[in-house]
Design a protein around this ligand. Sequence first.
Ligand code: SAH
Ligand code: SF4
Ligand code: F3S
Length: 442
Amino acid sequence: MQMIEKTKKIYVETYGCQMNVADTEVVLSVMDGIGYKLTQQADQADVIFVNTCSVRDNAEARVKQRVSELKNHKRNNPEVLIGILGCMAERLRTELIDKNNVVDLVVGPDEYRKLPKLIEDAQAGLRGIAVKLSRVENYDDITPLRTEGISAWLSVMRGCDKFCTFCVVPFTRGRERSRSLNSVVEEVCKLSAQGFKEVTLLGQNVNSYHDGRNDFSDLLKSVAEVDSTIRVRYMTSHPQDMDDKLIETIASHKNICKYVHLPVQSGSNRILKLMNRTYTIEHYLGLMSKIKRAMPEASFSTDFIAGFPTETKEDHQMTLDIMKEVRYDGAFMFKYSPRENTKAWDMGDDVPEELKVERLSEIIEIQSIISQEINQSMIGKEVEVLIERDSSRSADDLLGRTDTNKKTLFAREDATVGQYRKVKIERTNAQTLFGKLISNVN
Ligand code: SAH
Ligand code: SF4
Ligand code: F3S
């Protein structure tokens, strides 16, 4: 009698930034190579991976909570293998295995090629740990296993050499390294043939991309020229590497999205210096006006940290002033979280928690008002959206995104996912535009 081999199943939870989302697709591809198929149900999985983030303490706390929940699951299913991947694996290493006897594997971001061997060892009862960082690994020969068909993430460089004093990323992701322009372009050609409509080039510091011959503008230009019906986005750029050539490249290609995410962190030069951000507010504002001049239609977003060590009322006020001056369309806003082994850790954490909370809420409130005002000014306008998916709230609605990265919700009518369609905006809030399809495109 023939034995029917049971399909092996893998379940993955991904935390943190888009680099982790892209890495999970690499991991799924490696695991597919040894016969593991993705399941959305943890209780059916033979292997459970948690791809983790260390950027702030609350990111780590969530994962620790999740791992303790998995303890029960493992008790009832002793055969299941549990792996911690990503930045927390890199930062905490053996601590993750020692502290609880639920974790079988700990694998850092540069070690995913070793997964087949580590799984084999774990099945034999050996706990595996692989956390070496590499100067060259960029997985450029592994085709990520993508699970959705419109937008693709594409890691083009890994690591970070900036060493902002608050940040763990240079420690969890290691040194900067870039894929070759040709390998990225080849991948985009394949995505185009598969019908993808949007690619987002990813790197912790994406505009410091350099493959030895080509810089980030060269890469963006080559990618944009593969297929004019594919939208090109990129994340995250650092103000230091935002030069004129790059601004000109973005401005001169219709399919490079006019959405600029440029983290400022603080409005105070004194704090920026302590953060080792390498620019002054004057330089940053100069950059912003250059970009606005080159692309008047562009939208902007940023990151802010409230309560960095030694931040005074005046420093905080300067951050609020910058918000009012630039008028960002959106922002990611965080409370400073001290991270062990970073330089800022040694500066102490002297802004009291209540003050951090107060400053952060002030930032959030101002941003929400500005976002609402900007969005309101779009009422009555026609925008082109790429339709990304069904709305999660109503089966009758679709969700698209403008080139300027604004979520747009509208009634489905004859439209389908993957199309570019025009929508007339009827109402808005701080996060979303609501409108109606304009029939008869062209
Ligand atoms: N490489 C990107 C993003 C890195 S992490 C960049 O340089 O912009 C994303 C954001 O998290 C950062 O921009 C910063 O605002 C925030 N962040 C990083 N470390 C933090 C910390 N220790 N406490 C609070 N926020 C932090
Ligand atoms: Fe962290 Fe700074 Fe590098 Fe961004 S640029 S990943 S904030 S060290
Ligand atoms: Fe977090 Fe690592 Fe990304 S620390 S933000 S998952 S690079």
